[in-house]
Design a protein around this ligand. Sequence first.
Ligand code: BGC
Length: 397
Amino acid sequence: MKHSIGIVTIAVALFTTGACNNASQNSKTTNTKDSLTRDSAAACSNYLNKKSFEDTVDGKPTDLYVLKNSSGACAAITNYGGRIVSLIVPDKNGKPTDVAVGFKTLKEYEGPGDAYYGALVGRVGNRIAKGKFSLDGKTYTLFINNGPNSLHGGKKGFQAVVWDAVQPNDTTLTLSYISKDNEEGYPGNLTVHVTYMLGMDNSLKINYTATTDKKTVVNLTNHTYFNLNGEGSGTILNHLVQINADKYTPVDATLIPTGKLDPVVGTPFDFTKPTAIGARIDTVGNIQMKNAGGYDHNFVLNNGGAALHQAAEVTGDQSGIIMDVLTTEPGLQFYIGNFMSGKYQFKSGAADNYRTAFCMETQHFPDAPNQKTFPSIVLEPGQQYNTTTVYKFGVKK
Ligand code: BGC
């Protein structure tokens, strides 16, 4: 009963807003595009019960927000950790396909099965060696939560806090959070705003800004796990991936970069031409594959670190869905779900099986505060951190 009330609630919300009004107005001249638009909006409400996200965490209200356009895409995002719970786009036959894996309820995101699904990651995404770094001679100590290192902001990173949410229209959601001085051991009060924008071209643009009142370090990213054939459709090893990176940052056995930028040519890391993810996954004797248990590496993007540029393109082998990743960031962590366990259940009912989703985390390089030759992630008072990443969806022609 509770479940069906929730579905009705979200369906009502969807069907009283602009995009859906457009769809019904146009229904006099029904054509495929209009019916797809309606299907897609309906698909967003299919298995998502808004009520399952309405709660209070740390004294702050949580909810589920739905963005949608009139080109057949919608995204459901919760302000708990800024997580993309669902991202629906049409496949090559126009079928609405949920390309972002996620859970049905807020509780599951708070539980042990969570692996940063769909989350905003910070204050510093990726690893910091031994959980220590120095600024102006002062050493800061972070929580160790990944072998000997600190991962994704520490014990309670940005993925587990409640963000203030403002949704000014159908296609935009702005989330804001103030990370207090010394929160998780990081210096400075950091004010962060993240805006999700769903474009008419089925692109999801994420803009991150931050300011601080003390010198600090910042490296924000989004940790959505994609399966372009749709959540629950099995392995991602047959997806085709192309990454515009001639170099990558090799890592030690604890996944901390060695500091070198190694050429990808002649290695399983050469994705300069579209290649199936699984094609070279079992390359015998490759120490990097062994260290990470598969791809879990930062690629050094060609042309990275300035204007928005094309970082990668991925194609779902069954759906024909193409995802272009554009970013202003210099790096891209390509992670293929090597730690997915199969113990937990996604919203479609499918298990979180090994390598059934992949991440493309745009970022500055891992362990940047301790690696003098890597682009800096230091933010000073008076400066503005401002990065943008776009995940744009289309289909193979
Ligand atoms: C890391 C992986 C980690 C995953 C989930 C990725 O960003 O590189 O090693 O298992 O996040 O925490």
